[in-house]
Design a protein around this ligand. Structure first.
Ligand SMILES: [Zn+2]
Length: 240
């Protein structure tokens, strides 16, 4: 496989379900977007419908330069929803995101990277072609391997993420990232680029947040560029 990396950002409230603030959108996102712009790299932003409704101008602006994907509406877990609730979440978020992006939204990622098989058909029904709700690092590793690739029944390409989002901020995280196999799919959150040290959240949500995380992201981009990796969006996977 060619050297491919996809940077993906789950644009959501701060550290759900612990906080209900939006410092990530207001304080973290501008710095993150400026680093992406500085290195002129492609990225996919999986935005919740709730964030899109609260920050429509930001989503319109991001859609000028990046792929916009869907991250549900309320960031509620799909495995705890009835079918009716899941339909509502997907239809409502798809509508607001398509309207603000001014085009079809074809990539999806479920909150907490948990999306029950029984709902996969809903993605195809709503125009999605790529699902990135799988994770290579999760304990149910066999299922994640089995489910990755083309799902012909639901006309979906399922692309797993390579590592947990906090890897960027953990000790030795840069070494772990450097050893991931292609295609590398990394994901982050805007709130990770805000100093969360004094917030009442888990230690792994606090450690090295803020400017340290931004410096590390910059060094990850530089090192993958130097190694000849091509940066792509999730939609690009359909043509690889
Ligand atoms: Zn999320």
């Amino acid at each position: 496989m060619r050297k491919i990396i996809a940077l993906t950002i789950d644009v959501e409230p701060d550290c759900p379900p612990y906080l209900h603030t939006y410092r990530g959108i207001e304080e973290g996102l501008p710095g993150l977007l400026s680093v992406l712009g500085k290195y002129d790299v492609e990225a996919t932003l999986f935005v919740t419908g709730d964030v899109a409704s609260r920050y429509p101008r930001q989503v319109e602006g991001m859609a000028q330069h990046y792929e916009i994907g869907c991250h549900g509406y309320s960031h509620a877990r799909f495995d705890r929803m009835t079918s009716d609730e899941a339909v509502h979440e997907i239809e409502k978020s798809t509508e607001v995101l398509c309207r603000l992006a001014g085009r079809k939204i074809i990539s999806f990622r479920a909150p907490n990277l948990i999306f029950p098989e029984r709902f996969l058909k809903l993605l195809g029904d709503n125009g999605y072609l790529v699902d990135s709700s799988l994770a290579k690092y999760k304990l149910q590793h066999l299922y994640q391997i089995y489910a990755a690739g083309w799902d012909f029944n639901n006309r979906l390409l399922r692309v797993p993420v390579s590592a947990t989002s906090s890897v960027l901020r953990l000790p030795l995280g840069n070494k772990i990232i450097a050893h991931l196999s292609s295609p590398v799919v990394l994901f982050f959150h805007p709130w990770e680029f805000v100093d969360m040290q004094s917030e009442p959240v888990r230690w792994d949500c606090r450690i090295n947040t803020g400017s340290i995380a931004l410096e590390r992201l910059e060094s990850v981009i530089k090192s993958f560029k130097a190694s000849g990796y091509r940066f792509c969006t999730m939609a690009d996977f359909l043509n690889l």
